[in-house]
Design a protein around this ligand. Structure first.
Ligand SMILES: Cc1ncc(COP(=O)(O)O)c(C=O)c1O
Length: 393
C-alpha cells in the first residue's frame, strides 16, 4: 500500500505508544497508577448527565446537528466568556464549537499555514501544536519555556528571519506541561507583538478553570484589541470533567473563526446534539461544584509536592493546571527515569521530552487520579528513589 510522504515525518503519538506498554505490564500483573495522562478522573455533575439523557431521548436529536454548534451552545459559550472573563463575544461570528479542542488545534495549520511557513510553538508544549504543521509541510520553530523566565517564551529573542515567515504563534496558559501561569501583562505584550509582526496568536486555555489557592487565570481575550489577532481554544474536557465527551470551542478573531469554520465544514459534520445540550447545561448551570473539584485537585497537588520533597525531587507549586513538573535526578534522561519508574513500581509519569527537547530533565505528574492512588504512587516513588540512591537535581 502506498502511503503519503508527509506521514513519514509524523511520530507515533506518545500516549498511544505508552498505552500499549501499559496494557502489556497490566497483563503481566503489575498494578499501574497512571499519573501520566491529563484526564480528569471525576465525572461531570449530575445535571449535565441528565441534560444528555433528556436530549438523547428526543427522536429529533439524532441527525446531523449543524456545523458550527447550535445557536444555544454558541450563546452559552459567549455567556460563559462574559461571566467568567468579562469578555463580550458575538456568538455568531466569534464562536465555533469543536469536537474537543484537539480537533480545532490540529486543524489550525490547514486554515492558516502554507507550506514553508513557520509556526512558533512552546517547547515544552502540547504535541498537537506541532503535528498539524507537519501535515501541511510547514515548519515549527520551538520557543523554549525556561524556569528562569517563569516558563514564558522570550518573544523579543525570536529571530527576525523566522518572524518574517511566521504565520501562527501558539501560547498555552495555564501551561501544560509546566503548570506555569501567565500574567495579563504578558498577554498584553504578546498581543502587541502579534500586531507588529502580523501573526495570529492561538491561545490554548483548557485549564483556565482548573486553579488553586484562589487564583483565577485570565483569558487572553481580556486584552484590548486581542479579538483582532487572537483565537482562543477552550474545552469542557478539564473545566467540566468532560474529556471523553469531545466538546470544545474556539473563540475570538471573527476572521480566524471563519477560516477555521471553512476547514471544519468541509471535514466534519458537527457534534452530537445531546452532547451540545449537555455542554449548554454545564456552562449555564450551577458552577459552584467547580471550586469543590479544584479543592480536591489542590489537596492532591499538595500530596504530590510533599511526596516529591520526601523523594528528594524539586518542583514548583503550580497555581493552576492538572500538572506538576518535577526535575528528575541529575544525569538521568527523563525518558529513562519515567521508564524505570514504570517498570519497577507501576507508577506512570510522562517524560518531559514527550513535550519537546526543552522538557528534558523533567517529568510531568498529573493530579487527575484518585487521591488514595496518588498517595500510594508517592510512597512508591519515595521507595524507588531510596532504592536507586539517586541524588536530587
Ligand atoms: C494544553 C492542551 N490543549 C488541548 C488539549 C486537548 O483537550 P481536548 O480534550 O479539548 O481535545 C489538552 C489535553 O490534554 C491540553 O493539555
Amino acid at each position: 500500500m502506498k502511503q503519503a510522504n508527509r506521514i513519514a515525518n509524523l511520530p507515533p503519538y506518545f500516549f498511544a505508544k505508552l498505552n500499549g506498554r501499559i496494557a502489556e505490564l497490566k497483563q503481566e500483573g503489575l498494578d499501574i497508577i497512571r499519573l501520566d495522562i491529563g484526564s480528569p478522573d471525576l465525572p461531570p455533575p449530575d445535571f449535565v448527565l441528565q441534560a444528555l439523557n433528556r436530549s438523547a431521548a428526543d427522536p429529533d436529536h439524532h441527525s446531523y446537528a449543524g456545523y458550527y454548534g447550535i445557536p444555544a451552545l454558541r450563546q452559552a459559550i459567549a455567556d460563559y466568556y462574559g461571566r467568567r472573563f468579562g469578555v463580550k463575544l458575538d456568538p455568531e461570528a466569534e464562536v465555533i464549537s469543536l469536537i474537543g479542542s484537539k480537533e480545532g488545534i490540529a486543524h489550525v495549520p490547514t486554515a492558516f499555514v502554507n507550506a514553508g511557513d513557520a509556526v512558533l510553538v512552546p517547547d515544552p508544549g502540547y504535541p498537537t501544536y506541532r503535528m498539524g504543521v507537519v501535515l501541511v509541510e510547514g515548519k515549527t520553530y520551538p520557543m523554549p519555556l525556561l524556569p528562569e523566565n517563569d516558563y514564558l517564551p522570550d518573544l523579543e529573542a525570536l529571530p527576525r528571519s523566522v518572524l518574517r515567515r511566521a504565520a501562527v504563534l501558539w501560547l498555552n496558559y495555564p501551561n501544560n506541561p509546566t503548570g506555569a501561569v501567565a500574567p495579563l501583562a504578558f498577554f498584553e505584550r504578546a498581543v502587541d507583538f502579534a500586531r507588529q509582526h502580523g501573526l495570529l496568536i492561538c491561545h490554548d486555555a483548557p485549564y483556565a478553570d482548573v486553579a488553586y489557592d484562589g487564583y483565577e487565570p485570565p483569558s487572553m481575550l481580556q486584552v484590548d484589541g486581542a479579538r483582532e489577532v487572537v483565537l482562543e481554544f477552550n474545552s469542557l474536557s478539564k473545566s467540566h470533567n468532560m474529556a471523553g465527551w469531545r466538546i470544545g470551542m474556539a473563540v475570538g478573531s471573527a476572521q480566524a473563526v471563519k477560516a477555521l469554520a471553512l476547514v471544519k465544514t468541509n471535514l466534519d459534520s458537527g457534534i452530537f446534539r445531546p452532547i451540545q445540550d449537555a455542554a449548554i447545561a454545564a456552562l449555564t448551570g450551577d458552577q459552584s461544584w467547580v471550586a469543590g473539584r479544584n479543592a480536591i485537585y489542590q489537596e492532591r497537588r499538595d500530596i504530590v509536592l510533599a511526596g516529591l520533597k520526601r523523594a528528594g525531587l524539586r518542583a514548583r507549586r503550580p497555581k493552576a493546571s492538572l500538572y506538576l513538573w518535577p526535575q528528575v535526578p541529575a544525569g538521568l534522561a527523563s525518558a529513562d527515569f519515567a521508564e524505570r519508574l514504570l517498570e519497577e513500581t507501576g507508577v506512570s509519569v510522562t517524560p518531559g521530552t514527550a513535550f519537546g527537547q526543552h522538557g528534558e530533565g523533567h517529568v510531568r505528574i498529573s493530579v487527575g487520579q484518585a487521591t488514595e492512588r496518588i498517595r500510594e504512587a508517592m510512597d512508591r516513588l519515595v521507595n524507588f528513589m531510596a532504592k536507586g540512591g539517586y541524588s536530587s537535581a
